[in-house]
Design a protein around this ligand. Structure first.
Ligand SMILES: Cc1ncc(COP(=O)(O)O)c(C=O)c1O
Length: 455
């Protein structure tokens, strides 16, 4: 017999004969929930309200080439169609991932001196990997990451600990170079730090870190018995491929994890497919045990989606793939040049010159231009809505600017504060397919910034 709950689906909770539903016996919300933010998508909710008030929006917030209108070539669709006809792609894959895909990763992307196919694990997108990496880390063990940073890393690390993410600065006045002195001092001064996260090429800055800086990061990890976590999801999206140095080239004997995926390069973000390569797993028993917990937590889900794993090696080795990638990169290079030219001479906007990826981060010089004036919102509804949002005195200047820009110019960018940055600014993309629209977008941003900051 089913145990009685004292409530029936048809009887209101406070109906006759019913026990009134009291507060939950215990708090359900995990400590640190205030860190659970993802500005890249949260800004969309505000933008949607503004759109509903009659303002058409240019979406510059999310790094999805497909959503931004990039077309997938027909040959790529044929590769996927062929895979869909194979019953094998409807089955579970092994927990670590399809063996052919893991062998391919080892041959194409990794280094068999550091890693075997058994130390490659596929996930449902790197977002899934990020979650598992941090949620399986002992609560008091901390990973230091860059600021600005990609919010999923910062949030997952903060949530696992229940406190602020520990960061080291990327120096925005030096085009995003790693502040090695601060990194080293912070790692030395905090015994809880067990890992160092580097995002290279970087999101949101779009810069590639130099070999000499990365070698220093490895030295700091080695000298302080930390592991390395390199997010290299944008590894092939660089303007000058000779500039990128991967973790596998410099890690030596330090334990580490490289994170890669298909969302950006193919581009197939909706496939939810990424992987981690674990280097020097046997260098440390504790590190090995930690990786085992990540593997077991993936096992609890059985495996990641099979289809993209099966398809991905076929796409990357297709004779037309490199040319397709080159065409995309060429567009990003041109978009970056256009944006830099339009922002040039606008004293309040200080763009970071990207080395690739498809983002452009622009620092706002709020020191020289501290005074702001509201922009002319498109209509009274929008003005009232913005006034309500901006009534919060703790709201950062770059958020206020992003809101005003949406209300007046119909452009949605992500405030840099959403990337854990203490410096104000914003991130836009280089993805726009329509060149004229991209130029118009940059002009609107410049006009909005000049008016808002009285520059
Ligand atoms: C640096 C970085 N890492 C990881 C991810 C997550 O990628 P995925 O689509 O594989 O979850 C992103 C997505 O934007 C990213 O920019």
């Amino acid at each position: 017999m089913r145990p009685s709950t004292g409530l029936s689906a048809n009887v209101p909770a406070d109906g006759p004969g019913c026990a009134r539903l009291g507060p939950m016996r215990k708090n359900l919300i995990k400590k640190g929930d205030e860190h659970l933010r993802y500005e890249i998508r949260e800004i969309v909710e505000i933008a949607n309200e503004i759109v509903a008030m009659g303002v058409p929006m240019i979406w510059e917030n999310i790094g999805d080439p497909v959503a931004k209108g990039e077309r997938l070539p027909v040959w790529m669709k044929h590769v996927v169609e062929e895979a869909v006809r194979d019953d094998r792609t409807y089955a579970y894959s092994p927990t670590k991932g399809d063996l052919t895909a893991r062998r391919f990763v080892l041959d194409y992307f990794s280094n068999d001196h550091l890693c075997t196919e058994e130390e490659i694990i596929f996930f449902n997108g790197l977002g899934d990997a990020i979650n598992k990496i941090f949620s399986n880390l002992s609560t008091s063990a901390r990973v230091i990451g860059p600021n600005p940073t990609y919010p999923s890393h910062a949030t997952a690390e903060a949530m696992h600990f229940g406190g602020d993410h520990i960061t080291y600065p990327l120096m925005l006045d030096q085009n995003g170079r790693i502040d090695l002195a601060t990194l080293e001092a912070t790692v030395k001064g905090n015994e809880d730090i067990v890992g160092i996260l580097v995002i290279n090429p970087n999101n949101p800055l779009g810069v590639v870190h130099s070999r000499e800086d990365l070698v220093e990061v490895v030295r700091i990890a080695r000298e302080n018995s930390c592991f390395l976590l390199f997010d290299e999801i944008y590894q092939h999206l660089v303007f000058d491929p000779s500039k990128i140095v991967r973790l596998s080239e410099i890690i030596g004997d330090v334990p580490g994890i490289s994170m890669k995926g298909v969302s950006k390069e193919i581009p197939w973000p909706g496939s939810r497919c990424g992987w981690i390569e674990i280097y020097n797993i046997n260098a440390d028993e504790n590190f090995r045990g930690y990786i085992h917990t990540i593997f077991v937590s993936k096992m609890l889900e059985v495996c990641s989606t099979t289809l993209p794993q099966v398809v991905f090696p076929k796409i990357v080795t297709h004779p037309e793939f490199q040319a397709f990638l080159a065409t995309r990169l060429d567009k990003y290079r041109r978009r970056a040049a256009t944006a830099l030219a339009i922002f040039d001479g606008c004293a309040v906007l200080k763009p970071i010159v990207p080395d690739g990826v498809f983002y452009l981060t622009v620092v706002i010089d709020t020191v020289t231009f501290p005074n702001t004036v509201d922009l002319a919102a498109r209509n009274d509804d929008v003005r009232n809505y913005l006034d309500k949002l901006e009534g919060d005195p703790t709201l950062r200047t770059d958020k206020r600017f992003a809101y005003e820009l949406m209300g007046a110019e119909g452009v949605c960018v992500v405030p840099l504060s959403g990337f854990s940055s203490p410096v104000d600014g914003f991130r836009m993309t280089l993805l726009e397919e329509d060149e004229a629209l991209f130029e118009e977008t940059c002009r609107r941003i410049r006009r909005g910034a000049q008016a808002y900051f009285r520059a």
